[in-house]
Ligand binder design. Structure first.
Ligand code: PLP
Length: 426
């Protein structure tokens, strides 16, 4: 394969792409921008922009407080049900609220209270740091008898399921894992892990932030207990859009939120002086939802439910295989190493490439001195360039162009013109 044949192949694959029409449903300020960071902050759907404009102008501007009864009050449950379909869960099992970190705290706390005779919590070192901090804080709060086991990764990319299994014992209350690892894209087999956790009568809490909207959900199929996830990555909810949580129906009435806010009360507008937990998953709500951010999520949920997650996943795998082939051909000779597993069954929808100069290469891609195309990936310490594949709007040509730009930057040593000083947000 040479650059010319790779380019032709990309164009041919774009022509055959059955999801290509969805790209035009997203706002693109700059048609030439190659955006490969939808695994961090998704693009803006045109319909979200229209909804926000309508919500601000009419619902907030004109209808004011009447909008609560007209549309707003039940929105976090309605959209929760739409996420449930994407996550492989059932109506009434998912609700949108707060941030991923706060939801993780609430559910992990509830699990530790529920499994009160057990004192071990298990996670792994590929998990997102916020999740690790929340678990560290909880274990400290629960007292000296509690311990947090962080399963190491031998290769920095994957977790050996055998090693994880050995750590889950009869004293384990909770196993809290990211379904897809934020850095390497390593994906657990949800069914396998859930069943081994449940065989030990412990609870499983999945963080779906990097898998929701990227891989078909299996929460019910795998009989998972609890899950959380964010909506600003593949679900394109916008910066800081509220997160979601899932609690399996049959355990909802046995679990309690550590924060008894009024939105989680049985009927907030009774203004009862004594808290009564709300029905089902509603009891995990806390305060007033951020309506504007919440509403921006809906268009992507509708697109995904219309298309079906299996078709989205098929394109994601095909695109991942394509970019991995290009990387092998054009980038490995320049010192790049794969930072993600090669087996698609063990991956989410982003690809990490490792290079000692990853940070400066990213800077050169994002802010080229030359008139070259702008490519936006992201960088994760110490040496990962993450390339996010978002099948609703990523094209094969985007992937080809990104690899060509990376090759040129390294081949011509253009990255040397950039500082290694880290910006606040990478
Ligand atoms: C896997 C994972 N978990 C948790 C978080 C934190 O989410 P939040 O900022 O909504 O608390 C992130 C943020 O990117 C994440 O990627």
């Amino acid at each position: 394969m040479n650059m010319e044949s790779a380019c032709k192949e990309a164009i041919a694959l774009d022509k055959q792409d059955e999801l290509s029409a969805f790209r035009s449903k997203f706002i693109s300020g700059d048609d030439k921008l190659i955006y490969l960071d939808g695994n961090s902050l998704g693009r803006l759907p045109a319909e979200s922009k229209a909804i926000l404009e309508r919500s601000v102008t009419i619902e907030w501007g004109e209808r004011l407080i009447r909008s609560w009864n007209e549309d707003w009050y039940t929105k976090n449950r309605e959209l929760g049900d739409k996420i449930a379909r994407i996550a492989g869960a059932t109506e009434g099992e998912v609700i949108i609220t707060d941030t991923t970190s706060v939801n993780l705290y609430k559910l992990a706390y509830a699990a530790l209270k529920f499994k009160k005779d057990r004192t071990r919590v298990v996670t792994d070192e590929l998990n997102f740091p916020s999740d690790l901090y929340i678990l560290q804080g909880l274990v400290k709060e629960f007292g000296e008898r509690y311990e947090l086991i962080v399963v190491p990764s031998g290769d920095g990319m994957t977790i050996d399921t055998g090693v994880l299994k050995e750590m889950i014992d009869d004293n384990t209350a909770l196993v809290s894992l990211s379904h897809v690892a934020f850095k390497s894209s390593f994906r657990y087999n949800m069914k396998e892990i859930t069943s081994l956790v449940r065989a030990k009568e412990a609870m499983i809490l999945w963080d779906l932030s990097h898998s929701i909207g990227a891989v078909p959900g299996e929460l019910n199929e795998s009989n998972a207990d609890l899950a959380v996830g964010c909506t600003y990555k593949y679900l394109n909810g916008g910066p800081g859009s509220p997160a979601f949580m899932y609690v399996r129906k049959d355990i909802q009435d046995n679990l309690f939120s550590p924060i008894w806010g009024w939105f989680g009360e049985k009927n907030p507008f009774d203004f009862a002086l004594k808290y009564r937990p709300g029905e089902g998953i509603r009891r995990f709500l806390t305060g007033t939802p951020p309506i504007l951010s919440l509403k921006a999520i809906e268009p992507t949920l509708d697109m995904m439910n219309e298309i079906g997650m299996h078709r989205i996943r098929n394109k994601s795998v095909s695109q991942s295989e394509f970019i991995l082939r290009l990387a092998e051909e054009f980038l490995r000779p320049l010192g790049f190493q794969p930072g993600s597993p090669m087996d698609p069954e063990m991956r989410g929808s982003h690809i990490a490439l490792r290079h000692p100069e990853a940070y400066r290469i990213c800077k050169a891609l994002i802010d080229p001195y030359t008139g070259n195309a702008v490519v936006i990936p992201d960088f994760r310490e110490p040496d990962n360039i993450r390339l996010g594949i978002t099948p609703l709007y990523t094209t094969y040509t985007d992937l080809f162009m990104a690899v060509r730009e990376i090759r040129d930057i390294v081949k011509d040593q253009l990255f040397l013109k950039y500082s290694s000083d880290r910006e606040q947000v990478t």
